[in-house]
Design a binder for this molecule. Structure first.
Ligand code: SF4
Length: 437
């Protein structure tokens, strides 16, 4: 069995490009307070604000929280504003530099112009946003009106990330997206016309019913018919619990493309981007103009600190991951009491630093250099290099990796396509080194 097949079969997932487990701790609030006082001025960090509600569910989505009841979004924004204000007074949270702010969801673009104005003003008043702070609003096409866009831009938003997924109207409708191709192009053109913010989109490959031709047509529309600054290519996973998975099982939805076709799509997307001179910022993200930096993702994937705000938001400061409550009433009650609405926290595992450096190498498409990453931990360096050797040899022989200069191993196209699974293998092996030593 070759590595690609073995990786596909592996089910254990303790480590990954974005996530990693750690041991639950007993006193999350004390940990938060302690870490808030020892934040490092030099570290690059992000601030994440979660807007959990969506007006409609996309059938592939694992993160759907629910539709906001009448007046619920107003209450939520009140609470968020309070949480931002209170937290800034704790330790150094209000004084350390914040390099990127991300409004994610859910659907942040369902908020009103007043909501945007209040939250963005609070951020500027209470936090030390760097001069080059990237402020991103994530959203979808339906409902993102001009008055909302204007409120964002007037209050410092400099990046919009729109989850287009595909421009194909029939495909969009098949998974629950309301806006058609014309409306999607219209929104992106309007966002660009303000000449104030980067406009970037997500495109998905691996959608049921998608063909290589529709995927390539998505690339053409994105680069020839819309004035974009950035494009992100994501592969679609279909977990068993999402409505789409049920549709595939009962035959009401076509099966998703198999792995070979997904790889063809990946290669075609990569080839298209190279040919139009797009700059590869990460293994899946391309800049089409110099306005796009992708700073939030870049800082996050290097496993730097993230200050979490809102229901179900997760983040990390210092030695702990923090997870906020997912219950609306509990969230409101805790915020009203002036408490940080943290539900649980986990201790960052010992391998986190080395794996963070490797995740940064992989994400930036630099390749893999285990020796360089392991150099930050003299004690475990030898064991890390020894234990990962056989993977690297195997991946070289299967041409997932190619020899580069100065000890770097570069990804081939197939390697890039499989980079998440390869990273998991590598990180889990390194985690074992720490468990055993
Ligand atoms: S808009 Fe985003 S969060 Fe909401 S259901 Fe669709 S994919 Fe999920």
């Amino acid at each position: 069995m070759n590595t690609a097949s073995k990786l596909k079969q592996k089910s254990k997932r303790r480590r990954g490009m974005m996530g990693c487990a750690g041991d639950l701790i007993k006193y999350p609030h004390s940990a938060w307070q302690k870490e808030a006082t020892v934040l490092n001025m030099n570290e690059h960090r992000t601030l994440y604000i979660h807007i959990p509600f969506c007006n409609a569910r996309c059938s592939f989505c694992l993160f759907y929280f629910g539709k906001a009841a009448s007046g619920q979004l107003d209450i939520y924004v009140d609470m968020l504003e309070k949480e931002l204000e209170h937290s800034a007074c704790k330790g150094k949270l209000g004084s350390v530099p914040v390099n990127a702010v991300y409004f994610g969801g859910g659907t942040p673009t369902d908020m009103t112009p007043e909501h945007f104005t209040r939250l963005l003003s609070r951020l500027k008043k209470s936090y030390n946003l760097t001069n080059d702070c990237e402020i991103t609003i994530e959203g979808r096409v339906a409902g993102f009106s001009d008055d909302k866009i204007k409120a964002c831009i007037d209050n410092g938003v400099n990046r919009f990330s729109i989850g287009v997924q595909t421009f194909d109207t029939a495909l969009r409708r098949s998974f629950g997206r309301i806006a058609d191709q014309g409306k999607t192009i219209d929104l992106l053109t309007r966002l660009h016309s303000y000449n104030q913010a980067a406009v970037t989109i997500d495109l998905l490959y691996g959608l049921p019913g998608q063909t290589l031709e529709t995927w390539i047509e998505d690339q053409r529309i994105a680069t020839e018919m819309v004035p974009l600054d950035g494009i992100c290519h994501y592969s679609l996973g279909v977990p068993e619990t999402v409505p789409l998975a049920k549709g595939i099982i009962n035959g009401s939805s076509p099966a998703p493309p198999d792995e070979n076709l997904c790889y063809e799509m990946y290669k075609a997307g990569e080839h298209y981007m190279k040919n139009i001179g797009a700059v590869c910022l990460s293994v899946k993200h391309y800049a089409l103009t110099n306005r796009e930096r992708n700073a939030n993702n870049d800082i996050s994937v290097h496993k730097n600190s993230c200050l979490p705000f809102g229901i179900k938001a997760g983040g990390r400061i210092g030695d702990y991951f923090f997870y906020q409550t997912g219950a609306f009433d509990k969230y409101c009650a805790m915020v009203k009491e002036g408490e940080k609405p943290i539900e649980t926290a986990r201790k960052v595992p010992a391998d986190y630093r080395v794996c963070g450096i490797l995740a940064g190498q992989i994400s930036r498409n630099l390749g893999i250099n285990v020796e360089k990453a392991a150099a930050v931990d003299e004690k475990h360096k030898g064991a890390i290099i020894e234990s990962t050797k056989h993977f690297l040899r195997e991946w070289l022989s299967e041409r997932l990796l190619l020899e580069g200069l100065n000890g770097w191993l570069r990804f081939s196209s197939k390697g890039l396509f499989l980079h998440k699974k390869m990273a998991t293998e590598l990180f889990e092996t390194i985690a074992d080194v720490y468990y055993m030593n």
